[in-house]
Every structure is written in C-alpha cells, then in structure tokens.
Design a protein around this ligand. Structure first.
Ligand code: BTN
Length: 227
C-alpha cells in the first residue's frame, strides 16, 4: 500500500482529503508532527513528535456503513493497544487507560452515492513523554516505560482497522460494552446547550449511550468526562 510520509503537516486528515481525487488506490498519510490537527467537532489535537498520527484512506466504502465506522475503528485501535496496556473505550470513541485518553479517531467521508471515500484518522499517543496542562492524557511510553516502533504499530493498526470494518454492527456493540470504561460510573455529559451528570449504563444497538438520566445520541454529545 502507498504510504505517504511527511515530517510536518497541518493535519494528515487535511492532506489526505486534499489529494484523494488524484489517487486511485488505498493509501496512508503519516506525519511525525502536526501543527493543526483536529478531532471531533473541530477540537484541537495535540500532536508533537513521538506520537503516531495518520490517516488511512479507503475508496468504495459502502456509504450506509460510514456511521458505524468510527466505533469500529475505535475498537480496532483498542484491540491493538490492548496488547500492551489496559485499553478501554470511553463512549463514543475515545480510547483510554485509567481514564486518561491514549488515542482518538476522527472519521470523515466524502460520498459518491452508494459508496464513499472514507478517511480514518487515528491519533495514538505512543512515545509522547508529556502533555500540556489541562490535557488529561497518557501515552504508551508513560504507561509502560518503553519506546514503541511507530512503523510497526502503523501496520498493525491498518490491519486491525480493516478487520474491524468487516464485523457486524451487533458484534461491534457487544465489544464496546465489554470494554466500556464508564460502565456503571458517574459521567459528565456535555452537549451544545446542556451539561448533565448521569450514571452510564450501556451502549444500545443503535450506538446510543443509555444512562439513568436519559438516552444520548453520539451526534448530540460534544464531550464526556468521568466524574
Ligand atoms: C478525537 O479524539 O476527537 C479524534 C482525534 C483524532 C486525531 C487524529 S491525528 C491524525 C488525524 N489527523 C488529524 O488532524 N486528526 C486525526
């Protein structure tokens, strides 16, 4: 597969989306450092040297499967990181270790009717040694004391993402519940015009979070914090 390696870029996601109409096979854009990386809802993503920042592009992806692709990609990342640390899913798509974020994934798609070009952008804190104040995050290095090989991990992650994109929705939801970090815990849920403290119970078959104070759709939640 074509792997485009960059020293420094604004965002691998932006780069991948800028060149997609010029390339016809699957490809990966990976950068040592990003200066304007983004997460869900345009949030900033801290991406210094040492981390693994990439976008994996797939063509002809069924458009009706795009909504579940974020959850399945998160599971794929969790599965790989779970070999080294106790990685769990903080609904909807954070991967956390001891409640600290170790990875997130931004999935975007450009539809061409029944199929889409899908841009899967994982950010994995592999060898990041410190985070700015106010960011509750961790890295593989901080958790294990070991340096990780980003090239090897990249291949493992792409393989795992491909595998997880093929699993059924029901299986994916079952696995999310198995690794749900917030199960039966009090969480703060922030939306555009609300902030609620609820007990998280489980994720239902539609991918919604069921709590003791209501049902939350992924699209309505901007941020979720452990209380
Ligand atoms: C999130 O947790 O909201 C998702 C964060 C995704 C960050 C990655 S880093 C590689 C790719 N390029 C970006 O600009 N964003 C994603």
């Amino acid at each position: 597969m074509l792997v485009i390696r960059l020293d420094k870029v604004t965002s691998t996601q932006d780069f991948a989306e800028a060149v997609y109409s010029l390339l016809y096979s699957e490809y990966v854009v990976v950068a040592e450092e990003q200066t304007k990386a983004r997460g869900r809802y345009g949030r900033e993503w801290y991406s210094p040297k040492g981390g693994l920042w990439f976008t994996y592009v797939k063509y002809n992806f069924p458009t009706d499967q795009v909504p579940m692709a974020t959850l399945k990609s998160s599971l794929a990342i969790r599965q790989v990181l779970g070999k080294y640390v106790d990685a769990r899913i903080r609904w909807p798509n954070d991967i956390v270790v001891n409640k600290k974020k170790i990875s997130g994934v931004l999935v975007e798609a450009i539809a061409q009717g029944e199929t889409s070009t899908i841009f899967i952008g994982p950010g994995v804190n592999t060898n990041v040694t410190a985070f700015p104040q106010g960011i509750s995050a961790t890295s593989l290095f901080l958790e294990t004391g070991k340096e990780f090989n980003n090239d090897e991990l990249l291949l493992e992650l792409v393989k795992s993402i491909d595998e997880y994109l093929k699993i059924g929705d029901k299986e994916a939801i079952e696995e999310v519940n198995r690794y749900l970090s917030i199960k039966n815990e009090k969480v703060k849920i922030y939306g555009k015009d609300f902030a609620k403290e609820c007990e998280a119970l489980f994720v239902d078959n539609y991918g919604r979070l069921i709590t003791d104070c209501g049902i939350f759709e992924v699209e309505d939640v901007l941020r979720l914090e452990s209380s």
